[in-house]
Design a protein around this ligand. Structure first.
Ligand SMILES: NC(=O)c1ccc[n+]([C@@H]2O[C@H](COP(=O)([O-])OP(=O)(O)OC[C@H]3O[C@@H](n4cnc5c(N)ncnc54)[C@H](O)[C@@H]3O)[C@@H](O)[C@H]2O)c1
Length: 366
């Protein structure tokens, strides 16, 4: 059955890295007889330029209707001064909110070929393969009340509210447990139950879900304070398999875990919704990096995070696990051959362009 992919290349290097995914999709359709149908639309600054809004309703409806959304990156200095509601980043927040993408999956994998790119010692990061599951639609980024208000004596007060319901905690914990069953069967839940009531609830609900679910009996569950988790991630990151945490801690811990791998241009991500009543999951896949305006238009951006995000879409939304595995192996093989975009360049390797490394991935798929 044909699958519909909505491609939102966005701004900066977004179109350049998306071009490489388009090349791969085209190759797969012809050579592996896949039926991946793509539609390309605007989101972010380019949409603001064309339509005075970072995301039109029409594009949002197309996103809701698609089997998966692939997003390049949005933003850039050109848009820094425009009003908050029209900033390119609002496109992402609106998509996440309207598609109800509550679970953000961020793998941090240290490819053995790139082990020296990390600022940590190779023996600490070599073979690293962890997955951070971050709750994406609750917590302090969305809680009410919020705002900045004047108080007595000309002073001002800034307020944000950290709030989670049991239901929100359980649904993201389930995602973490289900993914851990397909991996190394270890889940670490990170919160601040020592100082936050919402953290206590988080810990209790995750434990309760685990205790009451026989399907998770093979999983080893542990709880960790988020600050200790940050320390352990640099001390001994390989102790972790799946880490599940809230929106705020997940934002920070997933960036920290990402940097363990040393190469921003290599990191994919997925954001998933719950199943709706027709059993359908909405999803968006994007690299962890931004629009890299400093190198946009030069043909030197690393497209591998975008390509690996596409592989995640094949796995989690399109039931094409084997093709996804083949793409991941092709990426590894290209690195093993010594091909590098400038961001991951090392002595003795061959510096190549965005398009050359994309074509090399296709060669390895053959
Ligand atoms: N999801 C998103 O779309 C997203 C995420 C983060 C930042 N942004 C936006 O992107 C813009 C730039 O932000 P930033 O500079 O803080 O972060 P960035 O990730 O765009 O860039 C940080 C550094 O990493 C490099 N880099 C990033 N991706 C790369 C790649 N694929 N290949 C080679 N080098 C790469 C850049 O050249 C830059 O030096 C801002 O407008 C920001 O708001 C968007």
């Amino acid at each position: 059955m044909p699958k519909n992919l909505l491609l939102l290349a966005g701004d900066g290097i977004g179109p350049e890295i998306m071009d490489e995914v388009k090349k791969i999709i085209n190759w797969l359709n012809i050579n592996k007889k896949l039926q991946l149908k793509i539609t390309e639309e605007l989101a972010g600054g380019c949409s603001f330029d064309a339509h005075d809004t970072p995301l039109t309703d029409d594009v949002l409806y197309q996103a809701m209707d698609s089997d998966a959304v692939l997003l390049g990156a949005v933003g850039g200095p050109k848009y820094d001064e425009i009003e908050f509601s029209k900033r390119p980043e609002r496109a992402l927040l609106r998509l996440r909110k309207e598609l109800r993408l509550f679970a953000n999956l961020r793998p941090a994998i240290c490819f053995s070929e790139l082990v020296t790119a990390s600022s940590l010692k190779p023996e600490i990061v070599s073979g690293l393969d962890i997955l951070i599951v971050r709750e994406l639609t609750g917590g302090i980024y969305f809680g009410e009340p919020r705002g900045v208000e004047p108080i007595a004596n000309g002073d001002r007060k800034g307020v944000n509210t950290h709030v989670y319901t049991s239901k929100e905690i359980v649904r993201v914990a389930k995602v973490a447990f289900d993914l851990a069953m397909k991996r190394n069967k270890k889940v670490t839940s990170a919160e601040k139950s020592n100082v936050m009531e919402a953290g206590m609830l988080w810990k209790e609900e995750v434990q309760k879900l685990y205790d009451n679910n026989k399907d998770y009996a093979d999983i080893e569950l542990s709880h960790i304070l988020a600050d200790n988790c940050a320390m352990q991630l640099v001390r001994n990151p390989r102790q972790f398999d799946v880490i599940v945490t809230d929106n705020l801690f997940g934002d920070i811990l997933s960036d920290q875990a990402a940097m363990l791998t040393g190469s921003l241009g290599m990191l994919p991500s997925a954001s998933l919704s719950e199943k709706d009543k027709n059993g359908r999951i909405r999803s968006m896949y994007e690299p962890c990096h931004g629009s890299a305006p400093d190198i946009a238009g030069q043909g030197i951006a690393n497209p591998l995070a975008m390509i690996l995000s596409f592989a995640m879409a094949l796995k989690y939304s399109l039931d094409l696990d084997k093709v996804a595995d083949d793409i991941e192996s092709a990426v590894k093989a290209v690195l093993k051959d010594g091909l590098r975009t400038p961001d991951i360049m090392e002595n003795g390797k061959r510096k190549v362009s965005t398009s050359e490394i994309g074509s090399a991935v296709i060669e390895k798929l053959k």
